[in-house]
Write a protein that binds this ligand. Structure first.
Ligand code: PBG
Length: 324
């Protein structure tokens, strides 16, 4: 089956994430997981966000959970020596990322929605989101690998696999692969409308995923493109079986969030990306001013129609009691 509307209803935590109208229930906190032990380094340009090994990640998730976080998004950071041309480490079921998903699922079971990033860029030596041949990113070969990565995350216990690559046809391929292996309750979050934005800088440092040469403009959307392409991409992913449609970045594209959320039937997510977070955190303001800014930003996402908000502000907003 391509469409399984039950996926978004599968657990109470998924239902709350999607349908509870409060901002608090809409938040998803991202994490960067590295291999090793006792590692916890703050990311350059992103105060209070860390690259962490599994032992520390478990502590961080625990304190976030206690503050009220009920949905998380995990990014696996791959060490340089394990990168290759085909992103093999990204589908290695024994990797630290897979272990993290497995351990968190064991601890929280269905009380926490676990999302994982599915892309090649963190595990390819050249840093591109796909297989490169003759200087071009090969679409269909890349899609095959993406589906394998997604399946490996599903096996580890992910609630939603999140395709952030922007290759054509990857959602249907991931859906068919999950179906063929019996993963009929694993959701797919599609980064349907993802722009070739200059707001991803701090993330690429954090995930060590910058392309060594060139850029991502042959697959991520042109920043000048209009609503028609955004609607087209969203509907395509919806037809291919996506369970959640995401727009990224957030603040520069609130109009797109509004337009897409008016057009699609599936729940809509917005990604308040690293550069947006850095702008707020690195402006010279005190905590009470930051509180006001974060509340204002989160409300803007809700007003524009986002059901789900992926944001690095989630941790602080809940820990400080800014959002109730
Ligand atoms: C991987 C990916 C990126 C982000 C999420 N997944 C980087 C990129 O596309 O270059 C960016 C997230 C952020 O900036 O917070 N493809």
């Amino acid at each position: 089956m391509i469409h399984r509307p039950r996926i978004n209803r599968w657990t109470e935590s998924r239902r709350n994430l999607i349908h509870d109208p409060s901002i608090k229930s809409s938040l998803v906190q991202p994490y960067f997981v590295v291999d090793g032990v006792n590692i916890r380094e703050e990311i350059q340009g992103m105060p209070k966000i860390y690259r962490e090994s599994l032992d520390n990640l478990l502590d961080t998730v625990k304190s976030d959970y206690e503050a009220g976080i009920r949905a998380i998004m995990l990014f696996g950071v791959v060490s340089e020596d394990l990168k290759d041309d085909y992103a093999n480490q990204a589908m290695n079921e024994l990797s630290h990322l897979h272990k993290a998903v497995f351990e968190l699922k064991k601890i929280y079971n269905d009380d926490l929605v676990i999302m994982t990033d599915v892309c090649l860029c963190t595990a390819t030596a050249h840093g591109h989101c796909g297989i490169v041949a003759n200087g071009e990113i090969e679409n269909d070969e890349s899609v095959e690998i993406l589906a394998k990565i997604a399946l490996s995350h599903a096996k580890a216990g992910a609630d939603y696999v999140c395709a952030s690559d922007m290759m054509d046809g990857r959602i249907i391929s991931i859906r068919k692969t999950l179906e063929a292996s019996g993963f009929s309750s694993t959701g797919i979050l599609a980064y349907s409308v993802k722009y070739a934005s200059s707001f991803y800088g701090p993330f690429r440092n954090a995930a060590s995923s910058s392309p060594k040469t060139g850029d991502r403009k042959s697959h991520q959307m042109d920043i000048r493109s209009g609503y028609k392409e955004a609607i087209f991409e969203s509907k395509l992913d919806q037809e291919e079986g996506a369970d959640i449609i995401m727009i990224k970045p957030g603040l520069p594209y609130l109009d797109v969030v509004k337009t897409v959320s008016d057009e699609v039937e599936k729940p809509v997510a917005v990604y308040n990306v690293s550069g947006e977070y850095a702008m707020v955190m690195n402006s010279a303001i005190d905590l009470s001013q930051r509180k006001s800014m974060v509340i204002e930003i989160l409300n803007s996402f809700k007003r524009s129609g986002a059901d789900i908000i992926v944001t690095y502000h989630a941790r602080e907003a809940l820990a400080q009691g800014w959002i109730k």
